[in-house]
Design a protein around this ligand. Structure first.
Ligand code: ME8
Length: 669
């Protein structure tokens, strides 16, 4: 029976369009899955989308769509992008699918019947952005993960007895393979050692989720719902025999690959849920670092994302795959820049592997009529042997590094072989040998070109999981047919048959010039520019009621010489206010009427934020008010001031707030 291998990505939230941060995890998993397939393992590679919870419900509201329609649209963006990138996932799970919902309910029942769920009342702070209960926080405290203000939740919920698993979890972490890298493992150990409190695992104040079995007034906590995808997708909880078989075969997962910000959910909650359900635990949870852009984490809320499509359009998927895995030391944060991408593309792909392929194959065409020559027996010299030895060593080292998730070092090792062969070609001057007709020169030429072609074959085979497209092309040009049939575990020096007829030789990585950088930058700028231009029409916009964000900033493009003096700025009276009353304006989807205490008085303010904020979540919240704006009437109601918000890419307003406590009425200057 063949070995099995099961690998997963996180399932991505559908509140954001995919960007290269999501692509990074997905392509890393894809690369591992491809290598495992070539090594002969029966491989299952899972990805998908996380579609329930308050965050998605609010994002859908802000976009003016029903949550399911909203989720359908963004989920399909992920699927289309993965297809375009040649991601080889075996399934794509959506948490709104029936199969998932039923199986999550089954899991909930099993945990409940095993005695790990009880009913209680939760009072505390919740971060909607991270869908995280923040223990020990006070009203108004920021989320320790993302810094956004937490919201106070007071609900009757179901609780999971997380505290019962503290010792078992610590025993589990004794295995150094379970959480990688070591730094993450240490963080988790100290978090668990500091004490675990029971976890609320249901919500009752919104409906966008999977109903708790036997209590439809509650929905299952989105992280329990989401984490369960790793078992539901392969058949857990199904009554079908085939699904049960698949579950038996593939569970436990070999690798859950995640970004470092969701380590706690995967390394503490998930194993505890599994233990409570009596299920085996995953073998490894591997957390990588963040892709940074302009020095901070690439994320939708920071607005500093780079779209994958831009890179695919200009350089192709292999360039992105190679760059991210080569440039970022896996486990650590890594910066993305278009300059570095193009530089790496040119040096390693166009001038490196691509050039080695084209010069070697072109010379075989020219001097041996397109047939791989036979190396002359007994003429191999020290230089030829050194290449053969280096190739053997590369196969061993590449595999060992790759299997330890050290992609960057593995690629470095493979490309050292490419560089060595390049040097070998230069030193042996096959073009000069090709000009001579004597027997010795001919046989030397045959040996040199065979050696180069065989090293090229080995580098190409190793690189295949990382650059599947280009490597398949080089493989076909070498006359070796379909690279997918390669048995990687048997790869060794000397397997290239002499006499193999080359395929048509074509460049695989055309050199990129400076304009590639400019084109990509322009594409991204245009994308960023587009929504900003339409901001006034967005939900918070001027059409019904302004937030400060909806007004064009003074230095908006198209307004030259638009800097203002400090005196101009001083004319604007910005004050801290506290929402006392908030309610929807009848017959308006967008407007909220609020009474806001600004210290000296309580003002009525009408703002277009109803699609992003439920009125009850605003009461008690501190906000920033433009206090000296002339009053205006909206839907017959006088609005006396304007509330300040950031306007995100999709037009969604995010209210300005403070991390420290600030007194009501304080002036901002
Ligand atoms: O957390 N750099 O979904 P999410 C590197 N639905 N990786 C990044 C990244 C960046 N700048 N930005 C995103 C969720 N990622 C939950 C997961 S799993 C049961 C539920 C990648 O859409 C990285 O893998 O916020 C990170 O963990 C994931 O996307 C977060 O995706």
């Amino acid at each position: 029976m063949s070995r099995k291998f099961y690998i997963t990505t996180p399932i991505y939230y559908v509140n954001a369009h995919p960007h290269i941060g999501h692509a990074y995890t997905t392509l890393a998993c894809d690369t591992i899955a491809r290598r495992q397939r070539l090594l002969g393992a029966e491989t299952f590679f899972l990805t998908g989308t996380d579609e329930h919870g308050q965050k998605i419900e609010r994002a859908a509201q802000a976009a003016g769509k029903a949550p399911q329609q909203y989720a359908d649209e963004i989920s399909s963006e992920f699927r289309e992008l993965w297809q375009r990138m040649g991601i080889s996932n075996d399934d794509f799970i959506r948490t709104t699918e029936e199969r998932h919902k039923k199986r999550v309910q089954h899991l909930f029942r099993v945990i409940r019947d095993n005695g790990y769920i009880y009913k209680g009342t939760y009072t505390g702070q919740y971060c909607v952005s991270d869908e995280l209960y923040v223990d020990g926080a006070q009203p108004g405290d920021p989320c320790p993960t993302c810094g956004r203000p937490t919201e106070t939740v007071r609900e009757e919920n179901y609780f999971f007895k997380l505290s019962a698993f503290q010792d078992k979890l610590l025993e589990l972490y004794a295995n150094p393979e379970f959480i990688r890298p070591e730094t993450r493992r240490n963080e988790v150990i100290s978090f668990v050692r500091s004490g675990l409190r029971d976890l609320s695992i249901s919500r009752s104040t919104f409906a966008w989720g999977i109903p708790v079995p036997d209590d439809p007034n509650q929905v299952i906590y989105v992280w329990l719902d989401a984490l369960a995808n790793y078992v539901t997708a392969i058949g857990y909880g199904s009554s079908h025999a085939a699904a049960q078989e698949a579950f038996k075969k593939f569970w436990p997962a070999d690798v859950h690959m995640i970004g470092k910000e969701i380590v706690r959910f995967h390394c503490v909650y998930w194993p505890a849920f599994l233990l409570a359900a009596g299920l085996p635990l995953p073998k490894a949870i591997v957390a990588h670092g963040w892709l940074l852009f302009e020095e901070s984490k690439m994320s939708k809320s920071r607005g500093n994302i780079v779209r994958t499509e831009t890179i695919l359009d200009v350089l192709g998927a292999d360039a992105l795959r190679y760059f991210l895995l080569r440039e970022v030391v896996f486990g650590q944060d890594g910066s993305f820049s278009f300059d570095a991408l193009v530089q790496r593309y040119n040096s390693d792909l166009a001038n490196g592997l691509g050039n080695l392929a084209s010069r070697t194959l072109t010379m075989i065409n020219r001097y041996f009529q397109g047939e791989v020559p036979r190396p002359a027996r007994g003429t191999a010299n020290f230089a030829d042997d050194a290449i053969a030895e280096a190739a053997r060593k590369t196969i061993r080292e590449f595999g060992a590094l790759f299997d330890q998730f050290q992609f960057s070092r593995a690629l470095e090792v493979a490309w050292a072989l490419v560089a060595m062969v390049d040097k070998y070609i230069v030193e042996n001057e096959p073009w000069a040998l090709g000009e001579k007709q004597d027997e010795t020169s001919r046989s030397r030429l045959a040996t040199v070109l065979y050696t180069a072609a065989e090293a090229l074959r080995i580098a190409t085979a190793l690189a295949h999981p990382v650059i599947p497209d280009a490597s398949a092309k080089i493989w076909a040009q070498l006359g070796l047919g379909d690279i997918k049939k390669l048995a990687l575990s048997e790869l060794t020096w000397g397997q290239l048959p002499s006499g193999t007829k080359l395929g048509e030789v074509q460049p695989v990585f055309p050199r990129a010039d400076k304009s590639a950088i400019e084109r990509m930058q322009k594409m991204e700028e245009e994308r960023k520019g587009a929504p900003a231009a339409t901001t006034p029409a967005a939900p918070a916009g001027t059409a019904e009621a302004p937030t400060a964000a909806a007004t064009a900033p003074a230095n908006a493009p198209g307004t030259p010489n638009s800097k203002i003096s400090i005196d101009d700025f001083a004319k604007i009276e910005l004050r801290v206010g506290q929402v006392k009353v908030a309610e929807r304006v009848p017959k308006s989807d967008k407007l909220l009427r609020m009474e806001i205490d600004i210290g000296s008085e309580v003002r009525q303010v009408v703002a277009g934020i109803a699609e992003a904020y439920a009125p009850e979540t605003l009461v008690g919240r501190k906000v920033v008010i433009v206090a000296n704006l002339a009053p205006r009437k909206l839907r017959g109601l006088e609005s006396n001031g304007m509330i300040v918000a950031a306007s995100l890419e999709d037009g969604k307003p995010v209210l300005a707030g403070f991390l420290e406590d600030v007194p009501v009425g304080a002036r901002l200057k």
